[in-house]
Design a protein around this ligand. Structure first.
Ligand code: LLP
Length: 436
């Protein structure tokens, strides 16, 4: 099945009895044990992708640090896996930062991003002795300089630049970040980036050690990386008032969500990014910095699968057949927010060879826009069937909400036939435990 090959985790297997297995575990049995909705992660898949990023990039540019964009899915057990693989972590809040520190990620491998870090978050970063605070704007520069002065330290920082690289329409405007009209970073084109670098050398308590930019998520072409690296490298080659130790073109590596998607492979991204780095280093006579790449979606997205049970079915003759599942926009807002497309399979009908019918999979939330998949061909579905939606491991549960006071789902990791809960399902009591 194309859909299994292109979108499910690498350990996925259909047994001779027609049963779906991931990580050596039978998904139907897991659904009985854990109750739906729940998310599974194939941890072998995560490990394999980490290795692939580390190896493909270091093969061409031997000083590459891979950093996991943890906004895709921040979780203690996942941090442990990626840290064992040598990855760092990109965090964007006090919450993600605290989890990274508690998970034992070394402070020099924690990259702290964000366009509006609060004074409390910056204090926390200094207490944790971070050396990669990625400053995003003038307000933060001033704030961090005075905080460093107060704490009697010179703080190592990177700065985020906005190189004005347009992306094609396959990247949603909400996730396009490296353009002039963006809340992120110091723009090169209007002189802000130059002003920031000069300010830093005038301020006494900040030490600029690197440059970062992030163009958007996901990028379906490698070209923007080449354009971005060239533009930023040329821009920084004019300065001799800082020591370029790190250079980061961010994340944004795409993954196939549907059987038709064929984004660049890891080695294609590696080849363009690393070769452009090598070119600009000699062309602009730069010292060879550490290359820092920040895949988020690519590390945890394809390893994750959402499992739901079908409840209500509503057929409106000649209009639409709605299949309602026990989750929806509360655990995956991406279709509603970005028009994101997904595949689905009916876990307990993989053997079903009958003609398929067109259905729309919707959630249980009180919104007509609570659609997970519009118009998908599936075998005839009955209430009680199990639906699996692949490539659900990034930006689904991390963007989840308790809308309509629904508890967020359980998350289970699978490996070698063993299942382990890595995040418990919320209870109804959890939903109002903060109410007074
Ligand atoms: N580095 C920085 C500075 C970022 O802002 C991001 C993502 C990443 C790395 C990781 O990007 P990735 O490799 O995962 O594409 N909620 C959206 C994606 C928002 C991404 C925000 N920044 C979605 O569901 O598609």
């Amino acid at each position: 099945m194309d859909v299994i090959k292109n979108t499910f985790p690498i350990t996925t297997n259909i047994t001779s009895a027609g049963k779906l297995e991931i990580g050596g575990c039978d998904i139907e049995s897991l659904a009985q044990k854990h109750q739906t909705p729940f998310y599974i992660y194939d941890t072998h898949h995560i490990e394999q992708v980490c290795d692939e990023y580390v190896n493909e990039f270091n093969n061409i540019y031997d000083n590459t640090q891979v950093v996991y964009g943890s906004k895709a899915f921040a979780n203690k057990s996942i941090f442990k896996i990626i840290s064992e693989k040598g990855l760092g972590v990109d965090v964007v809040s006090g919450g993600e930062l605290t989890l990274a520190v508690l998970s034992g990620i070394p402070p020099d491998k924690i990259y702290f991003h964000g366009n509006n870090k609060t004074p409390t978050e910056l204090e926390l970063a200094q207490e944790a002795k971070l050396t990669k605070i990625v400053v995003d704007g003038f307000y933060e520069l001033e704030l961090l300089n005075s905080l460093s002065k107060k704490n009697g330290i010179v703080q190592d920082i990177m700065i985020r630049l906005s190189p004005a690289i347009e992306l094609d329409e396959r990247t949603h405007e909400y996730t396009t970040t490296g353009i002039l009209d963006s809340k992120f970073g110091f723009a090169i084109d209007n002189g802000d980036a130059e002003k920031a670098i000069n300010l830093i050398s005038e301020y006494g308590n900040l030490n600029l050690i690197g440059i970062h930019f992030h163009l958007g998520s996901p990028l379906f072409s490698t070209k923007p990386y080449e354009l971005g690296i060239r533009k930023v490298a040329q821009f920084i080659s004019d300065f001799n008032n800082f020591d370029l130790q790190e250079f980061s073109p961010g994340g944004g590596f795409a993954v196939p969500y549907t059987r038709e998607d064929s984004p660049p492979k890891v080695k294609d991204y590696a080849s363009v990014i690393c070769n452009t780095m090598n070119d600009v280093i000699s062309e602009f006579n730069l010292p060879k910095p550490k290359l820092v790449i920040e895949p988020g979606r690519a590390i945890t997205g394809p390893a994750g699968v959402a499992i739901y049970t079908v409840g209500a079915i509503k057929n409106i003759e000649n209009v639409r057949k709605f299949i309602s599942v026990d989750g929806g926009m509360g655990d995956n807002i991406r279709p509603a927010l970005y028009g994101a497309k997904y595949e689905a399979i009916v876990v307990n009908r993989l053997w079903d060879e009958r003609p398929k019918e067109k259905v729309t999979i919707v959630g249980k939330y009180c919104e007509s826009g609570d659609i997970l998949i519009k118009d998908i061909e599936l075998p005839e579905i009955k209430s009680g069937d199990l639906i699996a939606i692949p490539v659900s491991g990034a930006y689904s549960t991390s963007m989840a909400s308790n809308y309509n006071m629904n508890p967020r789902p359980e998350i289970v990791s699978l490996k070698d036939g063993m299942d382990q809960i890595i995040r418990k399902r919320e209870t109804f009591a959890d939903l109002f435990k903060m109410d007074v």
